[in-house]
Design a protein around this ligand. Structure first.
Ligand code: NAD
Length: 265
C-alpha cells in the first residue's frame, strides 16, 4: 500500500517542474492522478511516461488541458477526472507564472497576467474542487503552491509576490470556509527550485538589466539558503505527498516552508 493509495488527485501545472514531480510522486505512492496543464502536448507526454511507471502500484493516470483562469475549463478538468476515477480527493493548485519587471515599469498587463494565473487560478481551482467534494459528501484536501515570495516582497517581482501573498490569504480563508465540509486547505512554500521557470526568470532579469550573466540572479538570490544549495523538484515531493496523505488530516490553513531555510517565519 502506498501513502496515498486509491486517492483521486488533480495536479495543475503538471507538464514540467514542481507540478510534474508532485504528480509523479503521487503515482509512485499509489494515487490516481490527472496531470493537467495549459500545454497539452507536453502534459500528455508526461502522463504517458507515468502510466508506464504506474504498473504494479494499481495507480491510474490521465491528463487534460486546462487554463486555470477559465472556470469552465476547470469544471471540465474535474468532470474528466471524476468520470475516470469516480471522485476527487485531492486538488493541487500548482500552476503558476512569473515575468520579472522593475517595479517602476510594471504594467497592468503584467499584473493581470500574473495575478490571473497565480491568484484567480488558485481561487477558481479551490472553489470548483470544493464544489465537487461537497457534492460527493466525502470531504477532501486542497493544496496550494505558495512561495518564499508569499512571505517577503522581493525586488523586480512585485506582482508575483502579491500573487503569492494572495495564495496564503486564499488558503487561510478557504480553510475557514470549508472546514464545515471536512475539506482541509493547506499550502507549501518552495524557495529557489531549479525548474524551467527559474531558467526563464534568469533570462528575464538579464533582459531588464538586473543581472549581467546567466546564473547570476539565481546565485545571488539563493546565497542565503541555510541548506547551502537550491532545491530540485524532488526536494519538494516528500512534503506534497504528505499534504495529500491521511498523515496531514489534522492540519488546515497552514503553509509549510520548504526553502532550505531561506526565509525564516
Ligand atoms: P514551471 O514554469 O516550470 O511550470 C509551470 C507549469 O504551469 C508549466 O507547465 C505551464 O505550462 C503551466 N501553466 C502556466 N500557466 C498555466 C495556466 N494558465 N493554466 C494551466 N497551466 C499553466 O514552474 P515551476 O517552477 O514548476 O513552478 C510551479 C509552481 O511553483 C508555481 O506556482 C510557481 O510559482 C511555484 N514556485 C516555484 C519556485 C521555483 O523556484 N521554481 C519557487 C516557489 C514557488
Amino acid at each position: 500500500m502506498g501513502r496515498v493509495s486509491g486517492r483521486s488527485c488533480i495536479v495543475t501545472g503538471a507538464a514540467q517542474g514542481i507540478g510534474r514531480a508532485i504528480g509523479e510522486a503521487l503515482v509512485q505512492e499509489g494515487a490516481d492522478v490527472c496531470f493537467a496543464d495549459i500545454n497539452v502536448d507536453k502534459v500528455a507526454e508526461i502522463a504517458d511516461l507515468n502510466r508506464g511507471k504506474a504498473n504494479g502500484t494499481g495507480a491510474k493516470v490521465t491528463y487534460t488541458q486546462v487554463d486555470v483562469t477559465d472556470r469552465s475549463a476547470v469544471k471540465d478538468m474535474i468532470a474528466h477526472t471524476v468520470s475516470l476515477f469516480g471522485k476527487l480527493d485531492v486538488k493541487f493548485n500548482n500552476a503558476g507564472v512569473n515575468k520579472p519587471m522593475n517595479f517602476l515599469d510594471v504594467t497592468e498587463s503584467n499584473w493581470n497576467f500574473i495575478m490571473g494565473v497565480n491568484g484567480l487560478g488558485c481561487m477558481i481551482g479551490t472553489q470548483e474542487a470544493a464544489h465537487q467534494m461537497i457534492a460527493q459528501g466525502t470531504g477532501g484536501k486542497i493544496v496550494n503552491t505558495a512561495s518564499i515570495a508569499s512571505r517577503q516582497g522581493f525586488d523586480n517581482v512585485a506582482p508575483y509576490c502579491a500573487s503569492k501573498f494572495a495564495v496564503v490569504a486564499l488558503t487561510q480563508s478557504a480553510a475557514r470556509d470549508l472546514a464545515k465540509h471536512n475539506i482541509t486547505v493547506n499550502g507549501f512554500a518552495p524557495g529557489v527550485v531549479a525548474t524551467e521557470m527559474w531558467e526563464q526568470v534568469d533570462k528575464d532579469l538579464m533582459d531588464i538589466g538586473a543581472a549581467q550573466r546567466p546564473g547570476q540572479a539565481m546565485e545571488e538570490f539563493s546565497s542565503e539558503i541555510l541548506r547551502g544549495r537550491v532545491a530540485t523538484p524532488a526536494d519538494i515531493t516528500g512534503t506534497t505527498t504528505y499534504l495529500a496523505a491521511p498523515d496531514s488530516d489534522y492540519m488546515t490553513g497552514q503553509i509549510v516552508m520548504i526553502d532550505g531555510g531561506m526565509v525564516l517565519v
